[in-house]
Design a protein around this ligand. Structure first.
Ligand code: ZN
Ligand code: FE
Length: 229
């Protein structure tokens, strides 16, 4: 199995999973870069985490061109072939996928756990989390706690390269050696314009202020601070 990424817009990553000649992409916000990446390969499946255009903008064109089958939550209904909700499990490319509701960024944002790999869209970022557009901080906090309870060695594949900005904010609200080390690692990679992902749940438990928040109140405080940072 091969996991790769396609860059889109300024800072989006469209993750690809390839196995036995089949290809799946997560959150194709733009069709062009996916078509370029595929060359003469087919696109078999599309997984969607939520309805924002930088995640679904390329779906219609890709579906028309390749006949890819689309999986997503109710909020992406105009694109879906298969509707998913919390706790659903399905098999693709011979792998088991588990759906975890990680709402808050949007009403029905979902994340996908494939074995020890988590595709979490805009729910969880390296050292950060998605803006809570719904204002339902409780839901957002609950969703993040579900992710926090996954195994420490779970790989985390978010949809954006926000790591450096997130770490700058993290350093303003928490401080520890792991955070300092991660900041130096990420700073160096970004100077070379390299990807900083995937992360792991174990790492996030040490450096992500939204994982380290003591309770819902502190989570909400951190989130509001970050929005104005
Ligand atoms: Zn989003
Ligand atoms: Fe996004």
């Amino acid at each position: 199995m091969l996991i790769n990424y396609i860059k889109a817009f300024n800072d989006n990553y469209i993750w690809t999973i390839e196995k036995d000649g089949k290809t799946l992409v997560v959150d194709p916000g733009d069709a062009g870069p996916v078509i370029d990446y595929l060359k003469d390969k087919n696109l078999d499946y599309i997984l969607l985490t939520h309805k924002h255009m930088d995640h679904v903008g390329g779906v219609k064109e890709l579906k028309n061109k390749y006949g890819a089958k689309v999986y997503g939550p109710l909020e992406t209904k105009e694109y879906n072939d298969i509707f998913l909700s919390d706790g659903d499990e399905f098999e693709l490319l011979g792998e088991n996928f588990k759906v975890i509701l990680t709402a808050g960024h949007t009403e029905e944002h979902i994340s996908y756990l494939m074995g020890d790999k988590l595709f979490c869209g805009d729910a969880l970022f390296l050292a950060g989390c998605g803006r809570v557009f719904t204002k339902d901080y409780k839901k957002a906090y609950e969703g993040l706690n579900k992710l926090k309870n996954l195994d420490d060695d779970t790989y985390v594949y978010p949809a954006h390269e926000y790591s450096l900005a997130n770490l700058k904010f993290a350093k303003s609200v928490i401080s520890n050696d792991d955070l300092d080390r991660e900041f130096e690692r990420v700073k160096k990679l970004r100077e070379e314009e390299k990807i900083t992902l995937p992360s792991t749940i174990g790492k996030e438990k040490k450096i992500n202020p939204f994982f380290l928040a003591r309770d819902l109140d502190e989570f909400t405080q951190f989130r509001n601070k970050k929005d104005n940072f």
